[in-house]
Design a protein around this ligand. Structure first.
Ligand code: NIG
Ligand code: FE
Length: 419
């Protein structure tokens, strides 16, 4: 058996521990369970105890000599960050579109002209599975280097059975060989593929009749996501897809109200989606419906910045009682980043979230948005030992010194994976 690990003397240990069950809203988003001179005892990949150094030392006094000691003096220690919304498996690059957008083209113009999601779909359809595995592994390495220990990943660059299954199998294989926990989402309804142009309802029928059963039979996904947006899928089409997914046990998620207010948040509340994502243009009724239903708002401030749009109203949503999570949205078009620390910084700067709320949104609430809060997202006895040591002294400093990777080291299931 591997020897225990004793992390001690953290300047600040943000455990995120709380008695509240489920996603946190309002004041609960500011309770970080802070411990000064903090300490963790880790065994068999799990956290056995969290407390002050003196408390943990006393509890394990007979076994201290067995342990590998990690001195965290002068450092903030937090749970591994969780990214609950990515499109991390894709082929190719869209650097030229970045240039086109800066020259004035809009995201939807490019997509409607066959670029955008369609361009990545062509490149992903063509890419051999082994190549996708390699490219995605490099991106996961980068996530890990930025303190991220769990990542949700969506299919959706195939929009045909073959490529959707290929993307999800890539994730399954990476689950075996990469330290990051990868949580799969089926997103066949990311765009209407060119073969079905003008026959949107037929594509929806095809997705429900032919794609969902294959995904479910092979156990390739836990969630089912739809791009509910004007010119993509209507709320009615989205609802059909999400309800059909539920019959196979797939939990609904929605890309909602990103470009125009379109009833996506309201639909998320109605179908019992675990989360609604983007929400740049969410209506007041949508916010109210989410607060009532307990739908998590997954906000993506790096995407808003990258598309040069105003960020989502994170402050307003939190004040209205909506539990908020944040994410990179890592994808080749609207947010090619793997930096959750940058996303936390932007949550503060462009959505007026407090440093404490941003940390909760990137750890515990993010874990809730992928149904993993019993395993990850906080540092409590029994949870996975996914831990980050930072080269800053406090959680405020982590958000204040922005745009810089402050990771000192990362531990995944009790093993040091970045140093
Ligand atoms: O979440 N909005 C839709 N889908 C992705 C972007 C995908 C792409 O541009 O490739 C998003 O931003
Ligand atoms: Fe997305």
């Amino acid at each position: 058996m591997a020897k225990p690990i004793w992390i001690k003397h953290a300047a600040q240990l943000a455990t995120l521990a709380s008695d509240i069950k489920g996603a946190r809203s309002k004041e609960a988003m500011s309770e970080l369970g802070l411990i000064e001179d903090g300490s963790l005892w880790i065994e068999d990949g799990k956290i056995k105890a969290a407390g002050t150094t003196a408390e943990v030392e006393k509890r394990y006094k007979d076994r201290l000599s067995e342990a590998g000691v990690v001195d965290a003096s002068g450092r903030l220690v937090t749970p591994g960050l969780v990214d609950p919304h990515t499109h991390v498996v894709y082929g190719g690059s869209r650097a030229r579109e970045f240039e086109m957008r800066l020259e004035g083209a809009s995201y939807m113009d490019i997509m409607n002209a066959g670029g955008g999601i369609h361009a990545t779909a062509r490149m992903t359809r063509e890419a051999p599975e082994a190549e996708l595995i390699e490219q995605t592994a490099r991106r996961l390495d980068s996530f890990l280097a930025h303190g991220v220990t769990a990542v949700e990943g969506k299919s959706g660059y195939g929009m045909n059975i073959e490529t959707e299954v290929k993307q999800l199998r890539v994730m399954k294989q990476l689950q075996q060989r990469h330290p990051i926990d990868l949580v799969p989402t089926f997103m066949g309804a990311h765009a209407v593929p060119p073969e079905f142009k003008g026959r949107e309802d037929e594509f929806v029928d095809h997705l429900i009749a032919d794609m969902l059963p294959v995904i479910a039979k092979e156990g390739l996904a836990e969630f089912n996501d739809v791009f509910c947006e004007k010119g993509v899928f209507t709320p009615e089409q989205s609802e059909r897809i999400l309800q059909a997914g539920k019959t196979y046990g797939l939990i609904p998620k929605i890309h909602a109200d990103e470009i125009e207010p379109y009833g996506g948040a309201e639909l998320a509340a109605k179908v019992g989606a675990i989360s609604a994502e983007h929400l740049l243009k969410v209506s007041d009724e949508g916010i109210e419906a989410m607060a009532k239903a307990g739908t998590i708002a997954c906000l993506l401030p790096a995407t808003a910045l990258y598309l040069r749009e105003e960020a989502a109203k994170g402050r307003k949503m939190i004040d209205a009682g909506v539990p908020v999570a944040i994410s990179t949205d890592c994808n080749p078009g609207s947010s090619p980043t793997t930096s959750m620390p940058l996303v936390m910084n932007l949550a503060c700067i462009s959505m007026r979230m407090t440093p404490a709320e941003a940390l909760t949104a990137a750890t515990y609430n993010a874990a809730c948005a992928i149904n993993r809060e019993m395993q990850i997202g906080s540092l409590e006895a029994g949870k996975q030992a996914d831990i980050v040591l930072w080269n800053v002294r406090s959680y405020q400093e982590l958000q204040y010194l922005f745009g810089v990777n402050h990771v000192h080291s990362v531990w995944k299931k009790g093993k040091e994976v970045v140093n």
